[in-house]
Design a protein around this ligand. Structure first.
Ligand SMILES: C[S@@+](CC[C@H](N)C(=O)[O-])C[C@H]1O[C@@H](n2cnc3c(N)ncnc32)[C@H](O)[C@@H]1O
Length: 273
């Protein structure tokens, strides 16, 4: 039987829309590995994970926090390698992984993902340039995080995000985003601030989800923290699956999800047969 066509999908992406029954959106208090092991092969369009970065400290903000300490780098890589391997199994053939990390582990994680996905499946090294933070007299100020983008196969879903052009020549027009994403980090006054440490801006997740997950597809975040990925996915009409070992994080994420509604415009663009 032929797959019904969705008239709203751009031609390039249309053949990558899965006809598999959609997963129920879910949010659990559990380990990444536990949720990943409970899911069937090939069920996800996008995995975005923003795990602890192995900073060697406990990350805390007021009452909320989580431990970000491992005995050494090999122990951290063993911990994350096991979980990433299990996660790769969950991707559809058109699916992708976005792994958020920073200068501490990015090069080690690139090698680890090359092994899991093969170097051919490396798509981008995205730089999230956020601006805020201090400076140092001893080195260049660190003002970005890294997001490693791998696809499961060559036939992965991708819709280039459009952002406002900056040049005089293209003033007022939109252009395709590059691999350097200029999205401001959350300042203390931001209304979306949840009080959870290392919360990422919803604008960053919106951009990534729209680029790498088809409409009505399924996005998972196995270290969801305050639930930014899940909130952005819900707003954009994607199914979301999330977990965190920290009950305080899950409580915040649940409250944010309750307040989140799916955007009207999503129904127009995903109202496919
Ligand atoms: C960098 S924070 C995520 C922040 C999130 N992106 C946000 O916007 O709020 C990392 C999260 O990973 C969680 N975590 C640590 N180990 C975990 C594990 N084994 N399974 C699931 N979550 C874990 C921590 O509790 C923490 O909330």
């Amino acid at each position: 039987m032929s797959t019904p066509r969705c008239p709203h999908q751009p031609p390039r992406a249309r053949h990558l829309i899965s006809t598999a029954p959609p997963l129920q959106s879910t949010l659990r208090t559990c380990d990444w590995l536990k949720l990943a092991r409970s899911l069937p092969d090939g069920c996800l369009d996008l995995i975005y994970v923003d795990p602890p970065f192995n900073t060697g400290v406990r990350k805390s903000l007021r009452a909320a926090g989580y431990d970000d300490r491992w005995p050494d780098l090999p122990a951290y890589l063993d911990w994350i390698g096991l979980r990433l391997a299990e996660s790769r199994r969950l991707l559809k053939d058109s699916g992708s992984l976005l792994l958020h990390c920073d200068w501490r582990a990015v090069h080690h994680l690139r090698l680890l993902l090359d092994e899991l996905f093969t170097p051919d499946r490396f798509v981008n090294h995205l730089v999230w340039r956020y601006g805020l933070g201090g400076s140092s007299p001893r080195r260049f100020a660190r003002k970005h995080d890294d997001i490693l983008f791998y696809s499961k196969t060559k036939q992965y879903f991708f819709e280039p995000p459009l952002i406002p052009a900056e040049s005089q020549r293209l003033a007022g027009q939109m252009k395709k985003a590059t691999d350097v994403l200029d999205v401001p980090s959350l300042n203390n006054m931001a209304t979306e601030r949840s009080g959870y440490p290392t919360q990422k801006p919803e604008a960053l997740l919106r951009l990534l989800i729209q680029a790498a997950c088809p409409p009505a597809g399924a996005v998972a975040d196995f270290c969801c923290g305050s639930g930014t990925t899940l909130v952005a996915a819900k707003r954009l009409g994607r199914h979301y699956l999330g977990c965190d070992t920290n009950p305080a994080a899950v409580k915040i994420a649940r409250a944010r999800l309750r307040r989140t509604t799916t955007e009207e415009s999503v129904f127009e663009s995903t109202d496919c047969p």
